[in-house]
Design a protein around this ligand. Structure first.
Ligand code: UDP
Length: 322
């Protein structure tokens, strides 16, 4: 098992859960985060959990002088630092592209120079509008036009994948790529647009659940505790290096059905409202109609995959948000 783990973006939602898992396994963890969407409260909880094995560095993953020494003293790197959340990505496209591409280049340079294996967190967004369901890792990516900011996010993360594989091919970097599908759980903020914390909060307050579009678009939701187990497993698995893996759950649900499920599990009589996309995100927005991963590659590599069911995920969120 790799012992000293360096996590960029480790104060964020997924990063802090992953850091917690590694600390509980007895590993040493260093987190680099600029606290743009990451939170100091997450860092403080990690510090309290294992003060002698946890270190926090506040800074940007785009800065080579900050990143290189931290990478060099680690046994493995997990690169999660990125602009995330559809709302943030649409509202701050320059920040999104610069952060995602710049930080990835910096981290790849440092990891290849130091000979340290790397796990790169990509996203299911790279499949774009593909209708070849379920999505398999070698399928074509179908992105929309450059005039639509959302596709810039997908392109920036796909560029990161190409860069990571290029460093693998040309500089022998041991890199594993994960495409994270919708991941939910405690500590995720609805502020950046994510649907489930917003629905649960609205249901608990008796406010309307705002379903964008016609609500027939679908997603698959995985619990963050399952996802971090997979990420840890892939990081420790040398045979996974050089490959791309979908990571998530593969049980498909429409967003309208999700809203109904949240109300049922929460025992809420909140109204469910259909809100036009233009009102939610402004004009020129495109959504993905369906998004379902094939988990065959993941299961073949690890022998397991995320399993927590939707009702349990919703119930967990109700517990922490109530
Ligand atoms: N969505 C919604 N209401 C919200 C937030 C999101 O209906 O308050 C929809 C959104 O349009 C998308 C789905 O829920 O179709 C998932 O959105 P999210 O931003 O959580 O993740 P995405 O899968 O789009 O990255």
């Amino acid at each position: 098992m790799l012992h000293r783990i360096f996590i960029t973006g480790g104060a964020g939602f997924i990063g802090s859960h992953l850091a917690e898992r590694f600390l509980k396994e007895g590993r040493e963890v260093t987190v680099l985060d600029n606290l743009s969407t990451g939170r100091l409260s997450n860092v403080k909880a990690l510090q309290a959990l294992a003060p002698e094995r946890f270190r926090f560095v506040e800074g940007c993953a785009t800065e080579p002088n900050v990143v290189a020494p931290l990478v060099a003293e680690s046994d493995a790197v997990v690169h999660l630092a990125a602009a995330v959340g559809v709302r943030l990505v649409v509202e701050q496209p320059i920040h999104t592209m610069r952060t995602n591409i710049g930080a990835t280049e910096t981290v790849l340079d440092a990891a290849s120079a130091a000979g340290v294996p790397l796990l790169y967190a990509s996203t299911s967004e790279v499949y774009g509008k593909s209708a070849m369901l379920p999505f398999t890792e070698n399928a074509d990516l179908v992105l929309g036009p450059t005039s639509i900011a959302r596709w810039g996010y997908a392109a920036s993360k796909a560029t990161g994948e190409w860069m990571a594989l290029a460093y693998g091919a040309e500089r022998d970097l041991e890199v594993t790529i994960v495409r994270l599908f919708n991941t939910v759980g405690p500590r995720q903020l609805g502020r950046y647009g994510m649907v489930l914390p917003n629905f649960v909060k609205a249901a608990l307050r008796g406010e309307p659940l705002r379903v964008f579009g016609d609500g027939q678009q679908t997603r698959c939701f995985a619990h963050v505790k399952d996802v971090t187990q997979v990420l840890g497993g892939l990081l420790d698995e040398p045979a996974a290096r050089g490959s791309v893996f979908n990571v998530g759950n593969d049980v498909e649900v429409s967003i309208l059905a999700l809203a109904e499920r949240v109300c049922a599990v929460a025992g809420s009589d909140s109204e469910i409202q259909l809100v036009p996309y233009a009102e939610a995100y402004g004009h020129g927005f495109e959504d993905m109609r369906r998004r379902v991963p094939s988990l065959a590659a993941l299961e073949a590599a690890l022998g397991y995959r995320p399993r927590t069911g939707l009702d349990e995920i919703i119930a967990d969120l109700i517990c922490v948000l109530a």
